[in-house]
Design a protein around this ligand. Structure first.
Ligand code: KIV
Ligand code: NA
Length: 265
């Protein structure tokens, strides 16, 4: 199974084929999602919400991202492994951004992602000049939740939409190979996708993007709560609870372990 690479994503955009992306934070899950044909596995800093229960992405550290990236990368044969630069790992400037991007690549990432608009141009340029593909992330950017006044749709109104297109074009010019566009009105997602030369992967950005990404626990039905833009494609949480219940019952009623599970002298 040949590895998905950045040029395959550009080819998909050119051919009008949808790009499929999910998050992954550990080897067990990554192996399953990879074998299902997911094109890109994002080691997202949503790990802070989903796996670490911080309630936001802000506390996530480089060390935590490195552990998750190593696990996902080792378990993945086909998907492109994309890793987030966490909050505080790139904002102070291009050299810090590059140094931390290099650490993620050494941990097994094939590409890195950072949040923000044209203000990130120099960081994107330096990272891509080092031979590391960089994804941008615009629209709602969770690392800026406090400045954005909460979890709110971005890009409403002509000026805001114009601004997002300008950000995407500036970052693509600086070398960004693709973008996540999060929580923008459907027509804005469509417009960025049309006007930007590189693939646009949407989350809460409508169907006229070049692909879609979801947090895997939302997708699989593992989350107690999930945002309106997520949909459930399975009941994995309930299946896991049921498996744990059955195990408990079998231990308590003495039907597990049975002879085939133990060792004779
Ligand atoms: O961390 C993450 O899960 C993300 C996706 C929402 C794109 O950045
Ligand atoms: Na993220």
């Amino acid at each position: 199974q040949a590895r998905v690479r950045v040029h395959h994503l550009s080819q998909a955009k050119a051919r009008g084929e949808q790009i499929v992306m999910l998050t992954a934070y550990d080897a067990v899950t990554a192996r399953i999602l990879d074998s299902a044909g997911t094109d890109v596995l994002l080691v997202g800093d949503s790990m802070g919400n989903v796996m670490l229960d911080h309630g936001s992405t802000l506390p996530v550290t480089m060390e935590e991202m490195l552990v998750a990236t190593r696990s996902v990368a080792r378990a993945t044969e086909r998907a492109l492994v994309l890793a987030d630069l966490p909050f505080g790992s790139y904002e102070s400037g291009p050299h810090e951004a590059l140094a931390n991007a290099v650490r993620l690549v050494k941990a097994g990432a094939h590409a890195v992602k950072l949040e923000g608009g044209s203000v990130r141009s120099e960081s994107v340029r330096l990272i891509s000049q080092a031979g590391i593909p960089v994804f941008g992330h615009i629209g709602f950017t969770p690392q800026s939740v406090n400045a954005l006044g909460g979890y709110r749709v971005q890009g409403r109104g002509d000026d805001a939409a114009e601004g997002l297109v300008a950000d995407a074009l500036a970052l693509a010019e600086a070398g960004a190979v693709a973008f996540i566009v999060e929580m923008v009105p459907e027509p804005v997602g469509a417009r960025i996708t049309r006007e930007c030369p590189v693939p646009i992967i949407g989350i809460g950005a409508g169907a006229r993007c070049d692909g879609q990404v979801l947090v895997w626990t939302d997708m699989a039905g593992m989350s107690e709560w999930s945002p309106r833009f997520a949909a459930r494609f399975g009941q994995v949480g309930e299946a896991l609870r049921e498996a744990a219940r059955s195990f408990g019952t079998a231990v308590r009623d003495g039907s597990f372990p049975a002879a085939e599970h133990w060792f004779s002298s």
